[in-house]
Design a protein around this ligand. Structure first.
Ligand code: AQP
Length: 331
């Protein structure tokens, strides 16, 4: 069976983007393939994280996984730093990847902005660690949002160059799995920007743990245009905010944007936005309640993560050992 690997950074509270673009799809793959899902704490510290908040956010992402339906007996769930092989393989990949490849990463350019001299070296090397996360398990399928596509492609480049340089067919080809209507959930205040955990204003995102009133308020105040909803999806062209709200509705209700438009053709925002808020609350509130319950017992979350790490290590250690041998590192 093919092996799936993916992860989420504990760099703040989970958003609707993380839920629709990642977690919901992680759950959908469980039981179909061998699934390994990580809380990538080593990625989080590529930008400053308060230590107490990092520990809290790590447990909270794990709670989000569990509450949304990931089952630790069916999937391997763990936090990255517990399996030291990730960092070890990343070093080898730092020596395989080329500086020119990193320079082309759009996420780095976006995150570094005008400040590229002042960001951490880790932020620059981020895609190399991500390649290690995936290839350490010889995973082939990587469910991610659209924003991570370039990094998964770089993972392929690293695997190819390693295989080529050492003249061995060792690391497999990885496939980014990007499907469904919500592979890029946009910012509620600016439909050309991605919804992010760490975006400036809380009004631009729906957090998985927002209460019903907050969700209703955020959708109500979300940017939308003057027009009513069109008769067909083609009518959403050049209307990024409207497109985003329709896509969110479709993803939450497991249908297509066409079906949503068929139901709401010609509707005004005064009708659509409250319906969208009700739908989001109906889907998120049970998960959020379960997260609250799970967070009451952090020791149990830690136990699940430690157990998952043991199982992850059992797969990772032999692959890293083989890699060392291929490279010629004495053990
Ligand atoms: N807006 C989004 N739409 C669809 N998918 C998204 N993902 C994140 N935002 C959206 C997907 O969630 C997974 C985990 O992402 P991450 O936390 O590891 O990193 P990120 O993409 O950098 O997420 P954020 O929320 O923007 O975090 P910050 O603000 O801390 O950088 C990935 O599969 C991602 O595609």
């Amino acid at each position: 069976t093919p092996r799936v690997f993916s992860g989420i950074k504990p760099s703040g509270g989970l958003t609707l983007g993380n839920y629709l673009g990642a977690i919901k799809r992680f759950v959908g793959m469980q039981g179909q393939m061998e699934t390994i899902y990580c809380v990538v704490d080593l990625h989080a510290i590529t930008v400053w994280q308060d230590p107490k908040e990092l520990a809290h956010a790590t447990r909270e992402v794990a709670a989000g996984y569990l509450a949304a339906g990931l089952d630790p007996t069916q999937s391997i769930l763990f936090n990255q730093s517990r399996v030291s092989q990730h960092a070890e393989l990343a070093w080898i990949f730092n020596c395989v990847a080329r500086v020119g490849w990193m320079n082309r990463m759009t996420q780095f350019k976006d995150k570094a902005g005008a400040n590229a001299e002042k960001v951490s070296l880790g932020l620059y090397a981020y895609p190399s660690l991500m390649a290690a996360d995936i290839l350490l398990y010889h995973a082939t399928h990587v469910p991610v949002g659209e924003d991570q596509k370039q990094h998964v492609e770089l993972t392929r480049d690293i695997a190819n160059k390693f295989n080529h340089d050492y003249k061995i067919d060792f690391f497999p080809e990885t496939i980014p799995v990007i499907d469904g209507p919500a592979t890029r959930v946009m910012n509620l205040r600016d439909g050309t920007k991605k919804m992010s955990k760490s975006g400036e204003s809380d009004m631009e995102r729906i957090n998985m743990r927002d209460d019903a009133d907050t969700i209703a308020k955020k959708f109500k105040k979300s940017k939308s245009d003057q027009d009513v909803l069109p008769e067909t999806v083609e009518g959403l062209k050049d209307r990024p905010e409207a497109r985003n709200l329709v896509d969110i509705y479709a993803a939450l209700s497991d249908t297509t944007p066409d079906a949503v438009i068929a139901d709401y053709a010609g509707a005004g925002w005064g009708r659509f936005k409250p319906a969208l808020a009700d739908l989001a609350v109906a889907k998120l509130a049970p998960i959020s309640d379960e997260m609250t319950r799970l967070m009451d017992d952090p020791a149990e979350i830690d136990r699940i993560l430690a157990d998952g790490a043991d199982r992850a290590r059992a797969i990772a250690a032999p692959i890293l050992a083989q890699t060392y041998e291929i490279v010629g590192l004495l053990r």
